[in-house]
Every structure is written in C-alpha cells, then in structure tokens.
Ligand binder design. Sequence first.
Ligand SMILES: [Zn+2]
Length: 108
Amino acid sequence: MIKVDIRNGFDVGCFHYEVLSGSEVDKELSEDKQYGICNNIQKQVSITSEFGVDQILHAFTHEIIEAVNYVYCNKEIKHGDIIRISEGLSQVLKSLGIRFTLDGEESK
Ligand SMILES: [Zn+2]
C-alpha cells in the first residue's frame, strides 16, 4: 500500500491548494454534513479525519476534481459528473493500493 501524505497540499495549474484538517475542520464539516470542501477562491481543501482511510480517499479525490474543474474546465463539469468521476477515480486509486493520509500514518 502506498500512503500519500496530503498535508502539504497539491498544485493545480499555477495554483497551490492548501489542505486543511484537524478537529476545527472536522467540526465545521460535520455541521455542514460534508466529508470535504473545496474552496476555489481561497485555494483550500478541507478534509474530514473522522471516518478513516476510505472516506479520506473518497473525499480528497472528489475535492481534487472540484479544483481541476475550476482551474482547467471553467466549472463546466456538472456536480453530478464530478461525483461520478471521483467515484470511479477513487476506486482506481484504491485498487492500485494508494491511500491518502492526514497524519503521516495509516488512519483507522
Ligand atoms: Zn462536490
């Protein structure tokens, strides 16, 4: 299994997106009933750390596609398609043994 630490963020186009996590973020996300949020104005992705590796993989993959849609696709990909693309892509990543971590270690 390949564990990719996402805490240092990622680049899309000429932008760097920060990844936010931790108890404050978990609280905000659970209030919104979300696992992740992509703020394309602030270039920040918030990811829940409450639900383990599969949820982090799924949520982070989704938010990456949100960022790519904003930077490269002029927001033309409809949200339903973002959901379907990220569903498929996270399945591919999972089958390749790739997991995203927020603590440098494999989560629960
Ligand atoms: Zn979304």
